[in-house]
Design a protein around this ligand. Structure first.
Ligand SMILES: [Cu+2]
Length: 491
C-alpha cells in the first residue's frame, strides 16, 4: 500500500495530468475570507539564552509535535523547542553566540540564520546538515545593527516541506541605537511578532503539503491563513501605539498588507533593520522571507482589521501561464487588532529620524554580476539556465569587495531572491528608483516578472568551497526544485 505522502503525490499528479491548468491562481488555494477572529494570537516565547563568560549560549531542539489549529483536530507538526515554530531568540550586537541545535527528528535537517552576517560554516545552509540525534553548535559574533531576522530549515530539497511543517522562528538583534529610539519595544505588550503563513489541511487535520509539478512551478499555496500558528486571530492591546514585526514565513504566498478601513501606518524597518526615517504608507507588499516592522496607531476601544488587499504584479506571456503567488487573491482578513477602552497613549511622538544609512554607490563596485531568472514550463525555474548542484560553485567573490548583483526576471512569475551572508541595498528597479520602504538594508528582494532589480553589497564574511553561501529564490518550492546557486567569498 502506498504511504500517505506517495498517495497524495499520485493523487495530485493525476489531477495535474487530467486538467493541466495553465493559470496557477485562485481556486482551491485561495484564502477563505471568513472567520470570527476571536482566537487570541499566540505569542512565541522569548529566549534570551544564557550569558556566561562573555558568550550568550542557546540550546535548541528541533522536534516533532502536534498542535490543534482547527477545532477538534490534531495536526502533526515540527517545531523548535515547541510543537510548532520556535521561540524568538533575542541577542545584542557585539555579542558572541553559541547555539547548540539538536536534531530530534528522524531525518536530516539544518537551521539557517536568515539575514545574519556570519562565516560560511556557521550559516546553517545545505552543507551544514544536522543528522538525526546529533547536535550542531555554530559560534559567531553579532556584527550588524538591530534587526528582525529569522531562522529556518535549509535542508536540500526538503526546505519547503520542513518549513511548512513548522521549522522556523524569529531572531531579534538589539543595539544601543535601537534601545535609545522611542519606538514601542516591550515584547508582547506593545511590540509583537507576526509570522504570516498559509497552510492547507487534510480532512484528518494533517497539513497537506503537495510535492508535485504544480507546486514546483507555482509554489505551495495554502488556503488557510495562520499567524504565529493561530487561525483567525485577534490581538488585544493595551497601548495606543503598537509595533508589529512582520515576517512572511510562507513558502510562496505574497501579501499586500493594509487595513480594511484604509488607515495609514508607519514602516520603521526592513529585513536588515531600521529605515532612515519612518515611511508613512497605506499598504505594504511582503514576499516570502521578507520582514518589515510597522507602527500602528489605535484609538481606545477600536478594532481595525489587518487585511490582504489584492494586487497585480504583472507578468504572463508564456503560453498564457501566469503565476501570481496569491498576490491577486482576496481581499481577505488576516488579523484583528483590538485596543482596550483604556488603552494608554504613547508618552512621546514617533521619532522623525531612525538611523542614518550610508548608501553604497555603484561607483564603489568592482563589477556587476548578472543573474537571469527563467521558468521552463513543467520543468522548473532556473538561475542563469542552471539548477542547483552542491558540487558546483557558481560565483566567486573577493572578500571585502563591493559588487552589484542584477536579477533579470524573464519568467512569468515573481521571484523573491535571497543572498546569504550579506545585507544589501537596492539600487534600482527597471532602471528607476525603488520605494522609500526599500531604502534600508535588505537580504531578500522581490523581483517581479519582467523586472530587472539591481542590488549592491559589500561582501565582508568569508565562505570557502566546503561551506559556500547560497543565493536562491525564497519561493521554497522553487528553491527545492533547484532555483539556487552557490558562491564563495575568499581573500
Ligand atoms: Cu522563484
Amino acid at each position: 500500500m502506498p504511504d500517505r505522502r506517495t498517495f497524495l503525490k499520485l493523487a495530485a499528479g493525476g489531477g495535474l495530468l487530467a486538467a493541466a491548468p495553465l493559470l496557477f491562481r485562485g481556486g482551491a488555494s485561495a484564502i477563505a475570507a471568513e472567520g470570527a477572529f476571536e482566537n487570541p494570537l499566540a505569542i512565541p516565547s522569548l529566549d534570551e539564552g544564557r550569558l556566561q563568560d562573555g558568550i550568550r549560549s542557546f540550546r535548541l531542539q528541533v522536534r516533532a509535535g502536534s498542535r490543534r489549529f482547527l477545532e477538534d483536530l490534531e495536526t502533526p507538526t515540527l517545531g523548535i523547542d515547541a510543537d510548532y515554530l520556535g521561540p524568538v531568540l533575542r541577542v545584542r550586537r557585539g555579542e558572541h553566540l553559541r547555539i547548540a541545535v539538536h536534531n530530534g527528528l528522524k531525518e536530516n535537517t539544518t537551521l539557517h540564520w536568515h539575514g545574519l552576517r556570519l562565516p560560511g560554516p556557521m550559516d546553517g545552509g545545505p552543507h551544514q546538515v544536522i543528522r538525526p540525534g546529533s547536535t550542531w553548535t555554530p559560534e559567531f559574533q553579532v556584527r550588524q545593527p538591530a534587526a528582525t531576522c529569522w531562522f529556518h530549515s535549509h535542508q536540500l530539497h526538503r526546505t519547503g516541506e520542513q518549513v511548512y511543517r513548522g521549522i522556523a522562528g524569529l531572531f531579534y538583534i538589539d543595539d544601543e541605537w535601537s534601545d535609545a529610539l522611542k519606538l514601542p519595544a516591550t515584547y508582547g505588550v506593545d511590540d509583537f511578532p507576526l509570522v504570516l503563513q498559509d497552510r492547507s489541511f487534510d480532512r484528518d487535520g494533517s497539513f497537506r503539503y503537495a510535492d508535485n509539478m504544480h507546486t514546483r512551478m507555482a509554489g505551495m499555496l495554502g488556503n488557510t491563513l495562520l499567524i504565529n500558528g493561530t487561525l483567525s486571530p485577534v490581538l488585544d492591546v493595551k497601548r495606543q501605539r503598537v509595533r508589529l514585526r512582520l515576517l512572511n514565513g510562507s513558502n510562496a504566498r505574497i501579501y499586500n498588507l493594509a487595513f480594511r478601513d484604509g488607515r495609514s501606518f508607519h514602516q520603521v524597518a526592513s529585513d536588515g533593520g531600521l529605515l532612515p526615517v519612518p515611511v508613512k504608507r497605506r499598504s505594504l507588499l511582503l514576499a516570502p522571507a521578507e520582514r518589515a516592522e510597522i507602527v500602528v496607531a489605535l484609538k481606545p476601544g477600536e478594532d481595525p482589521m489587518l487585511i490582504h488587499r489584492p494586487v497585480e504584479l504583472g507578468g504572463g506571456g508564456m503560453m498564457m501561464m501566469r503565476m501570481t503567488a496569491g498576490a491577486d487573491d482576496g481581499p481577505y482578513p488576516m488579523l484583528r487588532l483590538r485596543a482596550a477602552p483604556d488603552a494608554e497613549p504613547p508618552a512621546e511622538p514617533l521619532p522623525s529620524k531612525l538611523r542614518a544609512i550610508q548608501r553604497l554607490s555603484a561607483d564603489d563596485a568592482r563589477g556587476i554580476r548578472r543573474f537571469r531568472l527563467d521558468t521552463r514550463m513543467m520543468v522548473g525555474s532556473t538561475i542563469n539556465g542552471r539548477f542547483m548542484d552542491m558540487a558546483r560553485i557558481d560565483q566567486e567573490v573577493r572578500l571585502g569587495d563591493v559588487e552589484v548583483w542584477e536579477f533579470d526576471n524573464r519568467s512569468p512569475m515573481p521571484h523573491p531572491m535571497h543572498v546569504h551572508g550579506v545585507q544589501f541595498q537596492i539600487l534600482s528597479r527597471n532602471g528607476g528608483a525603488s520605494g522609500a520602504g526599500e531604502a534600508g538594508w535588505k537580504d531578500t528582494v522581490l523581483v517581479r516578472s519582467r523586472e530587472t532589480v539591481r542590488v549592491i553589497a559589500r561582501f565582508e564574511d568569508a565562505a570557502d568551497g566546503d561551506n559556500p553561501f547560497m543565493f536562491h529564490c525564497h519561493n521554497l518550492e522553487h528553491e527545492d526544485g533547484g532555483m539556487m546557486g552557490q558562491f564563495t567569498v575568499t581573500a
